[in-house]
Design a protein around this ligand. Sequence first.
Ligand SMILES: Nc1nc2c(c(=O)[nH]1)N[C@H]1C(S)=C(S)[C@@H](COP(=O)(O)O)O[C@H]1N2
Ligand SMILES: [Mo]
Length: 203
Amino acid sequence: MPVTRGFSGRPRRGRPDRLPPGQYDTGRDWPVLTAEVAPVVDPARWSLTVDGEVERSTTWSWDELRALPGSTYDGDIHCVTTWSMLGTSFTGVSVDVLLDAAGPTASATHVMAHATTGYTTNLPLADLRGGRAWVVWEHEGRPLPAEHGGPVRLLVPHLYFWKSAKWVTRLELMDRDRPGFWETNGYHDRGDPWLEQRYQGDP
Ligand SMILES: Nc1nc2c(c(=O)[nH]1)N[C@H]1C(S)=C(S)[C@@H](COP(=O)(O)O)O[C@H]1N2
Ligand SMILES: [Mo]
């Protein structure tokens, strides 16, 4: 039987089910979307802090972060500008490991992710829990490119990609929700691509 190109092979199989509503498949073309000037971040001077509503404010240097038990995400990412990249991979450490070290207080409900540049984005704490969020330094086995947030970015692939702060440097636990950069400019506080939570006012 003839096989029609595009209807066979690994990445395409089941593809319609894998694209959230209103998204297209960008293939291997990974757009760069940065609201600010991309910084040059020297790992030797970089650190990551988890603070705010926690029992123990904790800071990791680059070397300390890399010494934590690593884990890999294999799957899809979705940007609110409608591109999705299917079947990609990132390696880093699960945010669960960082949260367990810092110990969120009973009043912690939300997190503000901060980048070296001042970019911020807010997330429900629950979305960073349960093996669904990472702090990553590798993409498909190579160091994360600087324009994509290297040396280290947040990765929350089940939410729109603006939640995945590039050049992340701080996870601030909060006892209420507070809008970050794009959320102040009209984007949704949660940003679930399957619910099309693009803008404030979307379900
Ligand atoms: N620090 C920082 N992180 C950021 C952004 C940004 O402008 N600055 N843009 C967000 C948006 S809107 C998207 S879609 C993704 C884009 O990541 P990429 O440039 O690696 O595709 O990063 C998110 N994280
Ligand atoms: Mo985006």
